[in-house]
Design a protein. Sequence first.
Length: 436
Amino acid sequence: MTSNASRFDRLTQTLRKAVDARLQPPYLRLVSVALLMVGAVMLSISFATSDRGRTLFGPPLGNDFAGFFVAAQILERGETSRLYDRELHDELYHELLPNLTEGDSIPYVHPPFVAGVLRPLTLIRYEAAVAVWLAISAGMFVTGVLLLLRSLPDLAKDHFGLVFLLSLSFEPFLMECWLGGQLSAVGFLSYTLTWFALSRNRPIAAGMALGLSFYKPTLLLLILPLLVIGRCWRILLGMTITGVLLAGLSLAFVGWEVSVGYFDVLLSFRKSTSGGGLGILTWKYVDLNNTLRLLCGGKSSAQLFVFVVLSLIPFSLLAKAWWRWPRLEMNHRQRLWAATLAWVPILNLYVGIYDSILVVQSAVLATDFMLRDRRSESPFTYSSLEYWLLGIAATAWFSQSLARISGLQVYTLALIGFGFFLLRRTSLNRPVTSEG
């Protein structure tokens, strides 16, 4: 027995040394650049082979962006009252992409102001609109990473290029959000602007930035109750200001009736992600709710019960930590913010893998304080942080295929492990009195 244990220990040490040898800046830069080149080649091929809804890879150019483009077209046609009309949406969707199979379309379930803001893109050809949106999306993500690094001067000084490359080559951003034509960069920028303002003790500005995530309310399902528990009234005030402005924007674009009707659409989509209505690709969702639903083979009372029970464990730990928010100094707030962001995609009703790019901010913040704790020259070695980040980055590339076949969403498991790792790092630090 002792011999087997000793053999296992030697094997573990050998494996760890091999992993540590690869998780060094030169190798990480090489891998990141290679992945970015693959993404660039795929994008070029997609544009070159785009044929009215098909590309060499199968999905249409821009993929999910087509659904947003069609919603904007409905407003441009002056049919604002039919913004959420499924039949009209399908008709225009297949006019735009006629080579798609019948019934294959992406429903529009976002607030009216999203379609209104994208409306100018309908004045140019779809291919050109995709190119413009890809530039805007990349710009928002890059801006978010730059703001994040600016709030962490020590990390930016020593590892700016490495963090930048790793962030851009993260599969949920590169493939799912950017090449997939999603809006997730908006949420990422919203949360990075929020942290940037918090790091400068500007809670109202932080709240106004966080309010940008109203474009997709599920991104706020976890943070809102935690802000209330933390008595972050000025942050909530800032969110209210942005919410009122965005509501006014929706009213200006489509009027009262359609704006109110959005909530019915949101409720209908929530039901669909829980087992009915639309044909939802459950294996593309990484939240705990859909992960359990996929594992159990569908919605059930037992699945709902397990979801609630499992969610209460991390939520109670987060709530306990957020209760101390007013007394925490900035260093401890950084740890708590990183831990909270790690759980935003998990403790949720429906979160696509593209929206999990929020974990990039969590990882960068965690790397910064782990560097300070360990006083290490490398941000990814000499702590278990390296293994959690490796697990997240690696599983993101194959988790959807595996989940589709086996029903097991391993990427979610990696996120959960990372979330508990950060909760532990948060709980080990006692609060220190601070103003703000």
